[in-house]
Design a protein around this ligand. Structure first.
Ligand code: HEC
Ligand code: HEC
Length: 644
């Protein structure tokens, strides 16, 4: 009798304990209160950490804006960051944007060829017949065109010139009328996400490979064990390790300038870009509006990049005439499946300190600029601040669907409309995610598989970085590498690795913010949906590829009525900030010409002189000042968000 009682007591105690454990790491479906983005602190490194690096914040933002929009950053002088992030932070070009499915090994274009011009009839990429399953399925990705395939030769300080040698591209090419092989521009492997509000992401890229910790040389933070930059101590050059937290944007920005898909001839190094840019004017070939909110004072007289760096950064990072023995540290390539770039061009003599540290200046300055690209004044924000009239009745009904039957709020949480935000992830890195009361798994907070593609097409955060480390924090933790995750990752918050049985990692992608989503199509990591209705139909069905992702799938069918779908779309449109729509400050910008496919047809292109490369078509945007434009940005292909 007594024994029984004791067993009962011990049982209660155990239950208590497990409950205690559970309350820390329970399956979550956390409701968050409606909040305006204005109420969320802008994440970033501490003022103290920044004060060791940056001397003048205003100059750092100016430097970042100039670098972001300058087409001379790219090899060939026609590609800036903005070339792929010019339209509400994304890219709405429709020609020469396709990538055949390289991550799954597919090198053939189903849609005919690289210079294909997309139109509304191509979307969605998958159409289903209710009885027979997949009817039409295109595994191509709507990426973004970058540079031509070529090998770097040299860059010159005297005249800012850069030389690259033509190299035939096995995939990205067409034929001229005589059947000659002509290179076309290469297109990125995933669809371009928005730079607006990207500062709120804990990590960046669809697979999170731009880490929260910035090491000053590449996107991989502490996972690159050999990274270093140069610092003056008592007038002498010293190698120091940079380990700057909450800086995913700086990590991210250090990737594209050397990417063979985005901005660079092969084997180019960051100090080559420095040699080319530093001694000439910022935005040399572009115009700045007098009323530009950041660069206005330079409209008539542009400083050199060197002068702006001297203004922005503390002298211990650049102020010596002593030559640096190495160009820089070993670095990893942001291009998926590329090996680390260990020692190429590393012993070039006579690099200046400013050239050697250029990646650090570049990354931080762009982070400072992008941290100003915040759209926090949408009708939704005004509603959340208490203005009951800021939303229409349809939008209010849509909000109820968003929070209720649609279950959107489970992942598109908080004022950021994503659980991949700093405010959500910094508090909880791994999550025990409840899909239904009897299905839950452990995952990286903010990264889910919603069955957009079979997970064999693209592993998402299931991939590894160039140093062989998993992109997934769950996997890093299970392998005992949590100390490489930074931002005070606390292993005591999570179950023992041996107790983690069910995870969802393969085919999971970062939950994108839904702010300005009206303007940021096509949607998803493959760009396979052209309208918001098409996106919602995926959620109605519980995913396009359910069996191919079954165990890891984070959604279930929500079966909305046609009316609920329309209301939900009305609500999503309340997330557009008119300053983005009309390019008002801080979304104003210098003039920009970017490539827009090639002359010719899907496969037949014309050669540009005797370069072996196809002739570009160009699209140009005039310089816009703080007052913005009168022309409103339009949704992708001018489509109505409400149409199928
Ligand atoms: C050729 C087109 C192209 C160029 C040029 C380019 N990007 Fe991107 N950008 C992309 C694509 C595609 C992705 C997504 C890649 C991925 O996730 O694998 C991306 C992702 C990003 C992200 C992450 C956003 C998020 O939500 O994760 C940021 C920030 C960004 N780019 C900024 C920049 C900056 C800064 C530059 C210049 C240094 C730049 N981009 C140059 C195409 C481009
Ligand atoms: C389980 C988490 C989850 C839920 C629930 C969820 N989403 Fe998403 N959402 C994601 C992820 C992850 C992506 C990116 C997936 C990809 O590209 O593979 C995404 C992408 C999107 C996009 C595309 C944005 C872009 O820029 O490409 C839209 C729009 C969207 N979701 C709206 C919704 C709506 C509306 C609901 C509710 C009906 C919803 N989501 C429910 C996780 C979720």
């Amino acid at each position: 009798m007594y024994l029984k009682f004791y067993i009962f007591l011990i049982g209660c105690l155990l239950l208590q304990l497990t409950n205690l454990q559970a309350s820390i790491f329970e399956p979550t479906f956390r409701e968050t209160k409606l909040k305006s983005l204005k109420s969320v602190p802008v994440p970033g490194p501490s003022d103290l950490a920044l004060s060791h690096l940056i001397k003048n914040k205003k100059a750092a933002i100016q430097l970042g804006k100039a670098l972001f929009w300058d087409t001379r950053v790219g090899s060939g002088n026609k590609t800036s960051c903005a070339s792929c992030h010019f339209h509400a932070g994304v890219d709405n070009r429709v020609k020469n944007q396709l990538q055949p499915g390289l991550l799954s090994g597919d090198t053939t274009f189903q849609l005919g060829g690289i210079n294909y011009q997309l139109s509304r009839k191509n979307f969605p990429f998958i159409t289903k017949d209710d009885d027979k399953g997949a009817e039409d399925d295109i595994n191509e990705v709507v990426g973004s065109q970058g540079v031509f395939n070529a090998i770097f030769e040299d860059a010159y300080r005297e005249n800012g010139k850069e030389e690259c040698k033509y190299e035939a591209d096995a995939i990205f090419h067409g034929l001229d009328e005589d059947g000659k092989h002509i290179n076309t521009r290469r297109a990125e492997q995933r669809h371009t996400p928005s730079t607006i509000n990207a500062v709120f992401n804990f990590r960046n890229f669809w697979d999170g490979r731009a880490t929260n910790m910035f090491n000053g040389v590449d996107p991989f933070g502490r996972k690159n064990a050999e990274s270093y930059i140069w610092k003056l101590k008592n007038g002498k050059l010293e190698k120091v390790v940079m380990d700057l937290q909450t800086s995913a944007l700086a990590s991210q920005a250090s990737g594209p300038p050397l990417s063979g898909f985005e901005m660079s001839c092969k084997e180019r190094q960051f100090h080559h870009i420095a040699k080319k840019l530093l001694y000439g004017a910022i935005l040399k070939d572009q115009k700045i509006a007098k009323t530009d909110s950041v660069l206005g004072e330079f409209a008539l007289k542009k400083p050199t990049y060197q002068a702006l760096i001297q203004e922005a950064f503390r002298p211990e990072w650049w102020d010596t005439t002593e030559a640096v023995p190495y160009a820089g540290a070993p670095r990893g390539s942001m291009d998926l499946k590329d090996a680390p770039n260990l020692a190429k061009n590393m012993n070039e003599a006579g690099i200046t300190m400013m050239e050697a540290n250029f990646t650090m200046f570049f990354g931080l300055a762009i982070q400072m600029y992008e941290s100003t690209l915040i759209s926090d004044d949408s009708p939704f924000d005004r509603f959340a601040e208490g203005d009951q009239n800021a939303l229409t009745d349809a939008q209010k009904r849509g909000l109820a669907v968003f929070q209720g039957q649609g279950q959107c709020i489970k992942c598109h949480t908080g004022a950021e409309f994503t659980s991949a935000s700093f405010s959500s992830v910094n508090q909880q890195r791994l999550i025990n995610f409840e899909v239904t009361p009897d299905k839950h798994f452990i995952a990286d907070n903010g990264f889910f598989n919603i069955g957009v593609r079979p997970m064999t097409d693209d592993p998402g955060i299931g991939g590894v970085d160039p140093f062989g480390k998993p992109m997934s924090e769950t996997r890093m933790y299970m392998n005992g590498w949590w100390d490489l995750l930074g931002n005070n990752f606390d292993p005591s918050k999570y179950p023992k690795p041996s107790d983690i049985k069910k995870t969802s990692i393969e085919g999971a992608f970062k939950v994108p913010s839904l702010r300005n989503v009206e303007l940021t199509g096509p949607y998803f990591h493959n760009g396979g949906k052209s309208t918001l209705l098409q996106v919602i139909e995926l959620y109605d069905a519980g995913g396009d590829f359910i069996e191919e992702n079954s165990e890891g799938l984070g959604i279930v069918p929500v079966n909305l009525s046609a009316e609920q779908e329309q209301d939900l779309i009305h609500f999503l449109l309340s997330l557009t900030d008119d300053r983005v729509r009309y390019k008002r400050a801080p979304f104003d910008h210098p003039s920009l010409c970017f490539t827009n496919g090639h002359q010719g047809a899907t496969n037949e292109v014309t050669e540009n002189g005797r370069t072996g490369n196809a002739t570009d078509e160009l699209r140009c945007l005039p310089a816009v000042g703080a007052e913005g434009t009168r022309v409103a940005l339009k949704p992708f292909l001018g489509l109505s968000p409400f149409q199928r």
